[in-house]
Design a protein around this ligand. Structure first.
Ligand code: ATP
Length: 659
């Protein structure tokens, strides 16, 4: 194609751009073709918090690789300035077609420059609970992997971005009162299968969407990373797991779309322990391929079919978003578009780096890529902060351990107690807060509620106020009932003492409570016989749980043995729940709910009657639907019938109490 060389002068004749061609192209690909002012615009459409952010589009031209270009035709595309470029018009080689983008990176642009101008600006968002994504798009061999990954001498966007995230966190950590944790997942979409690159050999993973339109992949490995070298330790071997192969156009061509996810979770150190989760998606797409030129056959042809189909769907998604009239954006038509849903028309701050090659043999690929990039820059996303507020939990086990530690009186325990106390006093750690809540004296519980209330908006505040009043009332009633029980119990124990006049050890040793159920001399101690303990809700801190436990023994459908003051025996059947101290029951329920909502796979499997399959189903449900509002919601999980739920509850509450 000598004519392109001879018409290189046409690059200089920008003013000669054929208006007809321009109009024709504009008709075909929309008015964005010569769009202006590509800096991301942010407006507040319906509230100050809801800003929009247009997808930022950068184009990077790779250096001319003479050897590849057999005919030596020279470049067909070139840059004009830092935002504009032009390509020879295939309809009329005397003319060029110009494009305008947010940024144009010419062939001399370094890896560092690409990162600094196109990617670095969006990274701070992920520290504020917002999502961001960077994806490299373009034909095969145009430099996507070079841009995203680079080499050890020329680090690409991925290593630069991860380094930057760590330094942003480091800088923040000191000043802002939040704790940060960084984690990573890495996957590839190969032949329409989602494969976990951190867990080679894993099966095709399914993609789910929760009610807030978050895209989730249950079962995908998520690894916490503490430093950049830690990241490299996981990332480098995982990258080698990515499917690549040699084609005529690229001797190491990516045969899959690779998506690296960096998740930053930050938790406020002080109450109410707000937690914000920001995700950064770094995507290296497989290149579009013209199989007449790649020479693909067999498996390569099949891979190519899957790649092209998903890129075609990507293009349909962009068209649909741009038209603004589509009832349904076809995200679900490919796994790639489902995963990029948040990046295109979703809630992420997105940057698309379109890689193009200058050789003429790439002309139509380049042309298509530029058109795709031009229409993508019209897409508007609506970033928002994802935040949760920690709900006070009552860690039963912790309270019991504390009590045991106190009881043992050993030096290390004492030291631990001392240290914990110190932390509690300065109140600087979240665990200090939870420890305090683990001892819900009436005042503590009310204070916690009130604090929660004041941190809420007005309407919520009224609801909370009502809850506080209700709690106060309940606590008063419980206190009253406890006093009645205590005096009754005192009377009983006196009567028993006088009657038997025999000194015997109680079945359950109780050092502090007024109730000590003693065995009669005639009967053998029966450890499965229940002794009903007065309610301990209001006056007893959770630390004394082990004491409470000693006075409660549970057995399914036990006969409750209560001796009334008149000496006659009443035996009646009661449900196992009624046997439990209300506060303990409540605490156990809260604890179970907390594990269901926050527990890892391992912690879920630690629950009674929850095996690997159920734990995964629970994780899946949680990811799809968010938190379980109440324990009864568990029946919504696949395979959890009412009957199983009842049995699950009993087993777990009894286990919590019995421990
Ligand atoms: N900006 C650049 N500077 C120097 N070399 C580059 C540049 N961009 C790409 N290359 C080189 O071009 C070749 C092809 O690049 P790369 O593998 O990144 O393409 P790709 O778009 O990822 O292709 P595929 O879609 O087939 O995986 C590589 O040898 C790469 O090193």
């Amino acid at each position: 194609m000598r004519r392109f060389r001879s018409q290189r002068s046409s690059f200089e004749k920008c003013s000669l751009v054929n208006k007809e061609v321009v109009r024709e192209l504009a008709d075909n690909i929309g008015p964005s073709f010569f769009g202006i002012a590509n800096m991301a615009q942010r407006v507040a459409p319906d509230g100050a918090n809801k800003k929009t952010s247009r997808v930022r589009v950068a184009v990077r031209l790779r250096p001319y690789m003479g050897k590849q270009d057999e005919k030596g035709e020279g470049p067909c595309v070139r840059g004009l300035d830092s935002q504009n470029l032009e390509i020879i018009n295939w309809r009329n080689a005397m003319e060029t077609v110009k494009y305008h983008f947010d940024v144009f990176h010419d062939e001399k642009t370094t890896q560092q420059e690409v990162f600094v101008s196109s990617v670095k600006p969006i990274l701070p968002h992920i520290l504020n609970g917002q999502n961001a994504s960077v994806f490299a798009y373009g034909p095969t061999g145009a430099g996507k992997t070079h841009t995203m990954l680079g080499s050890s001498e020329q680090l690409g966007v991925i290593p630069h971005a991860v380094q930057e995230v760590f330094s942003l966190v480091k800088a923040k950590d000191v000043e802002d009162g939040w704790d940060y944790s960084i984690g990573m997942s890495y996957l590839e979409i190969y032949n329409e299968k989602v494969l976990d690159l951190l867990s080679p050999g894993s099966q095709d993973l399914s993609i789910r969407e929760d009610k807030d339109k978050n895209i989730l992949i249950p079962g995908l490995t998520h690894t916490t990373i503490s430093s950049f070298s830690d990241f490299e330790k996981h990332f480098i071997p995982a990258s080698l797991n990515r499917t690549t192969a040699s084609t005529k156009l690229n001797h190491r061509s990516s045969r899959s779309h690779a998506i690296l996810l960096i998740k930053v979770v930050r938790t406020q150190r002080t109450f109410p322990h707000r937690q914000q989760t920001g995700k950064l998606y770094l995507v290296d797409l497989a290149g579009s391929e013209d199989n007449r030129r790649t020479g693909n056959q067999g498996i390569r042809l099949k891979e190519s079919g899957a790649i092209n189909l998903s890129l075609f769907t990507l293009s349909k998604v962009v068209d649909s978003l741009n038209s603004g009239t589509a009832i349904r954006v076809p995200y679900r038509d490919s796994k790639l578009t489902r995963l990029l849903q948040d990046s295109l028309g979703g809630s992420a701050h997105s940057v698309m780096i379109t890689n193009i090659a200058p050789e003429y043999k790439y002309y139509f690929d380049t042309f298509n890529a530029l058109n795709f990039a031009a229409k993508s820059k019209l897409i508007v996303n609506k970033p928002f902060t994802r935040e949760t507020v920690a709900v006070p939990v009552l860690p039963v086990k912790r309270a019991r351990e504390d009590h045991e530690a106190r009881g043992s009186g050993s030096e290390p325990h004492k030291k631990k107690q001392k240290e914990e106390k110190k932390i509690e006093q300065d109140g600087s750690s979240p665990s200090a807060h939870f420890d305090r809540l683990a001892e819900p004296s009436v005042m503590d519980r009310l204070i916690a509620l009130e604090k929660l209330m004041t941190s809420c908006q007005n309407k919520d505040g009224f609801d909370m106020l009502r809850d506080v009043a209700q709690s106060r009332k309940e606590i008063q009633e419980l206190k009253k009932r406890q006093r009645e029980f205590e005096s009754k119990a005192m009377l009983l124990s006196q009567l028993a003492g006088e009657k038997l006049n025999v000194k015997e050890e109680p079945v359950f040793k109780n050092n502090s409570g007024p109730l000590q159920r003693k065995q009669t001399g005639a009967t053998k101690p029966n450890k499965q016989q229940a002794v009903v303990q007065p309610l301990q809700v209001s006056s007893q801190p959770l630390q004394q749980l082990s004491v409470v436990k000693q006075s409660v023994c549970i057995k399914k459908k036990l006969s409750v043995h209560v001796e009334p003051p008149d000496g006659k025996e009443n035996t009646k059947e009661e449900s196992w729940e009624s046997r439990l101290n209300t506060s303990m029951l409540e605490q156990s329920r809260e604890k179970i709910l907390h594990i269901l909502n926050n527990g890892s796979l391992k912690e879920l499997k630690g629950l009674q009657q929850i095996g690997d399959k159920k734990a995964k189903l629970i994780l899946g449900w949680r990811e799809l639907n968010g938190h379980f509002r109440k324990l009864e919601d568990l029946v919504k999980v696949e395979g959890m019938t009412e009957k199983r739920f009842t049995s699950f509850m009993k087993a777990n509450i009894l286990s919590a109490v019995g421990n």
